[in-house]
Design a protein around this ligand. Structure first.
Ligand code: HEC
Ligand code: HEC
Length: 483
């Protein structure tokens, strides 16, 4: 399936990918209707190239990966190579067919195909705790329950030396109960759309400042991240070479992922819409591009209108009515809700406390402010309450800490940013992630607690008392599904 160079997609000035007629036929043949074989293929020698453009089906339609540096020969790129000691590669947890994350149905298929011996099933961070029994297939199904059910990977962090809190109890269902080396369980963030990141990792632990206190370029954060991932997830004995790290970066930084077709709304770049990877890959971005708190380096004021991809679908005339029109109007209305629904933001550490305002009159975009991408454009992890005791499920730990200065007791399922900074104020804080290519990578949130986009919307509806009608919820979901 090697794409020929003369048939590559051409990015036009409008940012739309255009394909010559012959190439379109080839594209159709590369629309892989994903079975388990395709999932395993990349990285295990069956698919030798990551094409320049490839589409995959997902529960909501299809998404696309645009690989601007491609076709990429996986035999020659370190992202796909075994650089460690446990058989893991970057691609083990970042799969093309899962929008460059990795999803439970495909993880389960890998378990079934290999009786739980695929390299993703390793005790260093794939099981609930390294001490669990993995000697039989049944034991492995138990030990790997979190990754099988929710796609969660164990992240172990040592209590920072300067921690402002004391861990009183660590109730961990898998036996990792240490009070100094704390285990958290998190979704693999997608290794795509990376030029739009302000913050690397859920807790920003791979986002660094230089000696003058300025954030270093994200590309350098990603170099550091690739090295740590090789030493950690892949248990390499030695760090990857500079050339290997460069090879990983050369690949991952040029990959863009977006939904491209919706079961109801049809092709997402038709009738004036700008969905899909073409326009995404040319989106303008810089750190602070639309910061609501005055952090835009150009001084431009915050604009709550974050997404403009489906503006034209708000104005489809009745004379142009076809089988997609109702669904397209719903998507446009969902976009409008994202851009303008008033949200009274309360109790969010990182916002309300920083501004010293009990209520901030905000929008979805107050925290998802990057235009047409949706992540937080500055490194500023927030606590929206997902790790709170009230939302803890029995499959996650319950960590009880006491803040030394105040004696305040806090209970969470994940300490979040506090394990990086040691600050009580950072307990339960996570970054606002990129909102593109959502359809191919459920479940959502750092702990996979929302199985569907409707569950995401229901969380916000409850958390911020939005009082959304069923039809507004459904339109918001229709919109998020097209990103
Ligand atoms: C065992 C599974 C696993 C492997 C192998 C793995 N990752 Fe990840 N990756 C994750 C998880 C889990 C996270 C999120 C962890 C967190 O934020 O605490 C992540 C996060 C990332 C991110 C951050 C994206 C963002 O939005 O901040 C990048 C980039 C990334 N991985 C690239 C890589 C590269 C490159 C390699 C190979 C060197 C690799 N990963 C290997 C599981 C894995
Ligand atoms: C007060 C800040 C804030 C507001 C307002 C907000 N979000 Fe979020 N959002 C976040 C943070 C922080 C996360 C990551 C939370 C986590 O996983 O711990 C997140 C995560 C998400 C995710 C999951 C993405 C993924 O990859 O798992 C979606 C989808 C999302 N938000 C959509 C919305 C929508 C839709 C709205 C408006 C109804 C909204 N958000 C309003 C801060 C916010």
């Amino acid at each position: 399936m090697r794409s020929r160079p003369n048939r590559r997609a051409v990015l036009t000035s409008s940012g739309k990918a255009k394909f010559p007629r012959a190439a379109r036929l080839i594209l159709l043949s590369t629309i892989v209707l994903v079975g388990t074989g395709a999932v395993l293929a990349v990285g295990q020698g069956m698919n030798l190239f990551v094409p320049r453009y490839q589409e995959f089906s997902d529960p909501l339609g299809r998404f696309a990966n645009l690989n601007l540096g491609g076709p990429t020969d996986i035999a020659n790129n370190a992202f796909f190579q075994d650089l460690g000691t446990n058989g893991r590669r970057c691609v083990t947890c970042h799969q093309a067919s899962d929008a460059w994350s990795v999803t439970p149905p495909h993880i389960q298929a890998r378990f079934n195909d290999t009786h739980g011996t695929d390299p993703i099933f390793r005790t260093n961070d794939g099981s609930g705790c390294p001490t669990q029994d993995v000697s039989t297939e049944d034991a492995r199904r138990q030990a790997y329950s979190l990754i099988l059910n929710k796609g969660l990977i164990r992240i172990e962090q040592t209590l920072p030396a300067n921690a402002e809190f004391t861990v009183l109890n660590n109730d961990n269902p898998y036996g990792c109960t240490s009070l100094t080396a704390i285990s958290s369980y998190r979704r693999p963030l997608p290794s795509t759309n990376l030029p739009y990141l302000s913050t690397v990792m859920w807790d920003g632990r791979e986002t660094f400042k230089d000696a003058n206190g300025h954030f270093i370029p994200v590309i350098d954060d990603l170099r550091h991240q690739a090295t740590d991932a090789t030493l950690g997830h892949a248990q390499a004995a030695v760090p990857p070479t500079a050339a290997q790290v460069q090879s990983i970066l050369d690949f991952e930084i040029k990959v863009f992922t977006a939904q491209t077709s919706d079961l109801q709304a049809g092709e997402l770049n038709q009738a004036g819409a700008k969905g899909g990877t073409g326009s995404l890959s040319t989106q303008d971005f810089f750190i602070g591009i639309n910061d609501p708190l005055g952090g835009n380096p150009k001084g431009t004021a915050f604009n709550p209108v974050i997404f403009s991809l489906f503006d034209r679908w708000a104005h489809i005339q009745d004379r142009d009515f076809d089988e997609h029109t109702l669904a397209r109007r719903a998507v446009a209305h969902g976009q409008q809700l994202f851009n303008s629904l008033p949200i009274a933001i309360t109790g969010v550490a990182g916002l309300n406390d920083v501004l010293n305002q009990t209520v901030i009159n905000g929008f979805c975009g107050t925290c998802h402010d990057s235009p047409n991408v949706g992540d937080h454009s500055v490194p500023a992890p927030l606590n929206i309450g997902l790790a709170d005791l009230s939302r803890r499920t029995p499959d996650l730990p319950l960590i009880t800490v006491s803040c030394n200065a105040t004696g305040k007791i806090v209970q969470v399922s994940d300490m979040g940013r506090a394990m990086v900074t040691g600050k009580c104020a950072d307990i339960g804080k996570f970054k606002g992630p990129i909102l593109r290519g959502l359809g191919g990578r459920a479940p959502y949130f750092h702990n996979g607690s929302a199985a569907t986009l409707l569950e995401v919307v229901n969380f916000y509806n409850t958390r911020f008392l939005l009082n959304l009608s069923d039809s507004d919820k459904s339109d918001l979901v229709a919109f998020l599904s097209t990103l």
